[in-house]
Design a protein around this ligand. Sequence first.
Ligand code: FMN
Ligand code: SF4
Ligand code: SF4
Length: 278
Amino acid sequence: MIFYFSGCGNSQHVAETIAAGLNDKLVFIPEAARSNRYDYTLAEGESLGFVFPVYAWGPPKLVLDFVEKVKVEVPEPVEGPIQNNGFNFVESSISTGSTTLPYVYFACTCGDECGHTEKVFRKAVEARGWTLSACFSLQMPETYIGMPGFKLDTDENAQRKIDAANAALSGFMPRLQKKESFSKMIVGGAAWLKSYLVNPGFNRFATDDKKYRSTEACIHCGKCVKVCPLQNITLEDGRPVWHGNCTICMACYHHCPVNAIQYGKATVGKGQYWFGKK
Ligand SMILES: Cc1cc2nc3c(=O)[nH]c(=O)nc-3n(C[C@H](O)[C@H](O)[C@H](O)COP(=O)(O)O)c2cc1C
Ligand code: SF4
Ligand code: SF4
């Protein structure tokens, strides 16, 4: 089972690729949280995967909130004699007490670097009594442009990142299939500062949707309403209104067909991107 979050499609692409390779099921975290679905049961031998974008050098808060709440039942190991050419074999798997530990991994996408995303996520997973066995990060096109100085990749650079990420992902797939333990993260410099000081500040002060506005260019199409993973937007008199439950994924900004959404002044003239945009 793969629990995933994605605003602009990069992480969704990664989650779908892993799901196809492992023949696994996908659960979109915002949908699960919205419908209060926190109880899941894994099939025997099924892995527990998480896929998400890196936000301010850490996992998005909504992903950590979900990890804290989700309950995952793991089937008891099969123990009993199995007839085979006259010999009796006993099948068993590693278990702690009454529950078998699943193979837990995460994959994250980032524009550049992840800081201590691994440490933060590992701690969240361990608080649930699981062990994080594998994790990796993939550089994908940048989506955050909500502050001065942040800009999108050029089309060439975006495509180069996607090609490299796809190649890296095909290398990671057999390792996930074999349930290997590994860590391949792009940490970057000043990681402690970014993940443990800047990240909480970002979550507290830079995820306010009050800075969003639509311009006169709006054609009232409702695309921003449809793409918001948190259902945070409604149209009033044909124009979007933001309702305060925002993770600053920037999907509404990027998907507007006439670029009529701006985030303060920071996004003006910066272009748009989403995974699959031609
Ligand atoms: C709010 C926000 C914060 C981000 N912070 C980081 C970051 O700390 N490091 C980084 O390399 N990329 C950062 N990014 C870029 C995204 O991690 C990257 O573009 C990711 O692939 C987007 O995934 P998605 O398309 O699934 O939403 C940030 C993007 C957003 C929207
Ligand atoms: S996507 Fe853009 S044009 Fe369509 S309703 Fe939203 S702001 Fe208006
Ligand atoms: S309002 Fe826009 S930025 Fe906020 S969660 Fe929805 S799509 Fe993402």
